[in-house]
Design a protein around this ligand. Structure first.
Ligand SMILES: *[C@@H]1O[C@H](CO)[C@@H](O)[C@H](O)[C@H]1NC(C)=O
Ligand SMILES: *[C@@H]1O[C@H](CO)[C@@H](O)[C@H](O)[C@H]1NC(C)=O
Ligand SMILES: *[C@@H]1O[C@H](CO)[C@@H](O)[C@H](O)[C@H]1NC(C)=O
Ligand SMILES: *[C@@H]1O[C@H](CO)[C@@H](O)[C@H](O)[C@H]1NC(C)=O
Ligand SMILES: *[C@@H]1O[C@H](CO)[C@@H](O)[C@H](O)[C@H]1NC(C)=O
Ligand SMILES: *[C@@H]1O[C@H](CO)[C@@H](O)[C@H](O)[C@H]1NC(C)=O
Ligand SMILES: *[C@@H]1O[C@H](CO)[C@@H](O)[C@H](O)[C@H]1NC(C)=O
Length: 375
């Protein structure tokens, strides 16, 4: 374990010392976390010492008016979210996130495709954000499907920025922040049908930062085990490091990149309990809901079942197995290594998915926050 740490960290620390623009990058680090609306882990449970931005997940646009749909029950939740977090010490920025993996991707394509639909949508996002006291807006469109939709997304960001600036001047308030959750790489290079690239120029100009979803790169939908959020991939480029570098090589300003850290593991059922490495044959999801487990559940599972924990140097990831159950996840060490890597790339920060998945004493979130070295 110490060897692993040493091998991976030492070259990165050297790079860190040489490349970052410390005034712009390190002083305004982003430490984000998404909160998925739920009753069990309310916003009051969030320790705001560990974060700078907390995201409400999610609101959805109406499919006829393209305005955000806010029921009365949701309105109460939004109010509680922003007032609770603003009253905390230290306070955090509250972000309204729109979309998510369960939302209708085609609807976003429709909205982004014409000036009139973009305007209705943008107007509503600003109005709802201000009504409920949010500091910013986040778009989580999963995913634009071709280069036309990517162009439309660039246009949407541009008009959004114009509207946000106009609203800020008219009301003499600080402008709302504008962020977006995006694919782990700048291009959909794994898709053979329509490879397309994010509108990086528009992002640089109009978006405060993007939350790169550097996780769920592999899961039990594949018939072999693998690192769901491995920093490295010596074979196929399906890795956090490749994804982040592709964004930077694709032209994004590094200060606009925030990398995702999963507070969950993905699980497989091994074909043969005696074959349990990375790439072992698997028959489907293992323990947990649809093959997913919160970090605190992984810790519990490893303890209860005597799971063997293994660090894999090739992928810079951790997994555990017990019987025919196999879990790929992130722990204190892999998160520390990822943060050193992120700082070596001079990116803006990290975000966690999602609140309530860490241990009750916030072990990973605390380690991540401490590991991020400030100027
Ligand atoms: C919140 O996190 C900070 C920083 O790690 C810690 O000092 C503090 O005790 C935590 N507060 C609670 C209520 O857990
Ligand atoms: C809008 O959504 C509703 C409910 O999901 C559905 O019944 C309706 O067909 C949708 N309309 C359009 C225009 O997509
Ligand atoms: C929602 O709240 C508004 C204003 O408080 C009220 O007029 C309306 O009847 C409520 N709608 C529902 C469906 O409860
Ligand atoms: C998604 O939205 C599109 C465009 O409004 C609509 O045609 C389609 O029916 C929607 N799909 C679902 C599953 O609601
Ligand atoms: C949204 O549109 C309404 C009606 O045109 C307008 O009064 C309002 O100022 C707009 N809001 C924003 C934030 O652009
Ligand atoms: C991985 O990415 C590098 C750099 O873009 C490229 O040269 C290489 O062919 C890629 N490898 C695979 C297996 O796609
Ligand atoms: C997994 O599926 C691929 C084809 O999708 C197949 O070539 C491979 O043999 C399978 N591996 C195992 C361990 O079942």
């Amino acid at each position: 374990m110490i060897k692993f740490n040493h091998i991976l960290l030492s070259p990165l620390i050297i790079i860190l010392a040489t490349c970052c623009n410390t005034t712009t990058t390190l002083s305004s680090a982003v430490k984000g976390i998404y909160w998925i609306e739920n009753q069990i882990f309310p916003p009051s449970s969030i320790n705001t010492s560990l974060f700078t931005h907390v995201y409400y997940a999610f609101l959805f646009p109406d499919n006829l008016t393209y305005a955000l749909h806010v029921s009365n029950a949701t309105a109460a939740t939004l109010t509680d979210f922003t007032t609770t977090l603003r009253a905390k010490t230290p306070p955090v920025k509250t972000m309204l996130s729109i979309g998510g993996s369960q939302s209708n991707s085609t609807l976003f394509a429709v909205i982004a495709s014409t000036a009139a639909t973009r305007a209705s949508f943008i107007n509503s996002t600003i109005q709802v954000s201000r009504t409920f006291g949010f500091d910013g807006i986040d778009l989580d469109w999963e995913f634009p499907a071709d280069s036309n939709q990517m162009n439309d997304l660039g246009q949407l960001f541009q008009e959004w920025r114009v509207a946000i600036s106009a609203e800020a001047s008219a009301t003499r308030r600080p402008p709302l922040l504008l962020t977006a959750a995006v694919y782990f790489a700048v291009e959909f290079f794994l898709s053979t049908t329509s490879p397309c690239k994010y509108p990086v120029a528009s992002i640089n100009q109009n978006v405060d930062f993007v939350n790169v979803m550097s996780y769920s790169l592999r899961g039990p939908w594949i018939n072999v085990t693998g690192a769901p959020s491995g920093l490295l991939d010596p074979i196929r480029n399906v890795s956090v490091s490749f994804g982040l570098q592709s964004w930077i090589q694709g032209g994004i300003v590094p200060e606009k990149v925030v990398t995702g850290l999963p507070l969950y593991g993905l699980t497989w059922q091994l074909q043969d309990p005696n074959v349990h490495g990375i790439g072992a044959g698997a028959t489907g999801p293992g323990p947990g809901l649809n093959g997913a487990m919160a970090y605190f559940q992984v810790v519990e599972f490893n303890k209860q079942s005597g799971g063997k924990v293994v660090y894999d140097i090739e992928t810079a990831s951790v997994y555990s197995y017990s019987g025919s159950s196999w879990i790929g996840y992130d722990d204190l060490l892999t998160v520390t290594v990822k943060i050193a890597y992120a700082q070596a790339l001079c990116i803006r920060g990290y975000f966690l998915w999602a609140a309530g998945f860490d241990t009750t004493d916030w072990k990973i979130s605390t380690q991540a926050s401490k590991a991020w070295i400030h100027a």
